[in-house]
Write a protein that binds this ligand. Structure first.
Ligand code: L34
Length: 259
């Protein structure tokens, strides 16, 4: 297996985690493992829950100027006393491997971008690698978050899908989901999509990760029911989550190349 470091390429990713959200801890650990696997130097900054916004912003400014750091990722969510927008706005646009900075978000909207946000990019990769065509398909995205729903809809549209965005105020959600050839769900609620809401032969992509018991993870989609109808469906765990991490690795390599 190729390994960047063994090939003499030094690439650095800074991962900042604030507080002790157990899910964030798992995700950050998985990111560090992926870095190790492909040979990216990962630098973890685990900050205390009571870190101030200014302290976090100062750390980002230091990392912006650090030559050995090519990518900076601030794991979300942040504690409530910290303004996420102010923090994201501080990240150097060229080191923004999450593509959350408004400049990068704007570039995606225009269609001329360096980085794509990792989760929607992972979904696009899954669709492409499965040989599923998007052009002309009815695509329904359930959820309108800045990190998944909105950019996901944009990417599907750029691939010539006909895109509908549904959200918590959508009247009669099933009416929309039943029309979807490609259904992407990112709402953070178990069983948000049941079998009766899915068209025969649909492609169902489940972005949700919900902890329903100490060790039990489920997505937003009722897998057992929807599997019977879907032509392709992603599981949770082992579906979109690992793709998110793969896309982070891709963005980090790209950041190093750009710099
Ligand atoms: N800044 N914050 C920033 N960037 C991101 O791209 C994320 N996201 C989301 C949360 N906050 C973020 C992630 O990294 C979600 N996310 C993420 C990353 C990895 C996994 C899931 C979500 C993952 O590894 N999922 C495994 C199971 C993990 C487990 O056992 O809990 C899976 O197989 O789905």
């Amino acid at each position: 297996m190729a390994n960047l470091k063994k090939e003499g390429k030094e690439i650095g990713l800074a991962v900042i985690i604030v507080g002790d959200n157990p899910a964030s801890r798992v995700y950050v650990n998985n990111k560090k493992k992926a870095c190790e696997y492909i040979g990216i130097n990962s630098y973890e900054y685990a900050l205390k829950e009571d870190t101030t916004e200014n302290e976090l912003i100062d750390l980002i400014k230091t990392l912006n100027n650090d030559k050995k750091i090519n990518g900076i990722l601030v794991q979300l969510p942040l504690p409530k006393h910290i303004n996420e927008e102010a923090v994201i706005n501080t990240i150097d646009v060229k080191k923004d491997v999450d593509a959350f900075h408004p400049v990068n978000v704007g570039k995606i909207m225009i269609g001329n971008y360096d980085f794509l946000p990792c989760t929607p990019a992972g979904v696009m990769e899954l669709i492409a690698e499965s040989g599923i065509e998007i052009q002309g398909k009815d695509c329904v995205v359930v959820g309108r978050s800045n990190i998944v729903g909105k950019p996901q809809a944009m990417l599907l549209m750029q691939q010539n899908g006909t895109v509908t965005i549904c959200h918590s105020k959508t009247k009669n959600l099933a009416e929309y989901t039943k029309k979807a050839d490609i259904l992407v769900v990112a709402v953070g609620k178990p069983n948000a999509i049941t079998g009766d809401m899915v068209k025969d032969g649909a492609v169902v992509i489940d972005v949700g990760i919900n902890r329903i018991a100490e060790k039990t993870l489920v997505g937003d989609v009722n897998f057992e029911e929807c599997e019977k109808k879907a032509s392709a469906i992603t599981p949770v765990p082992g579906g979109v989550g690992p793709m998110t991490i793969a896309m982070l690795m891709k963005n980090t390599v790209k950041a190093a190349l750009i710099q």
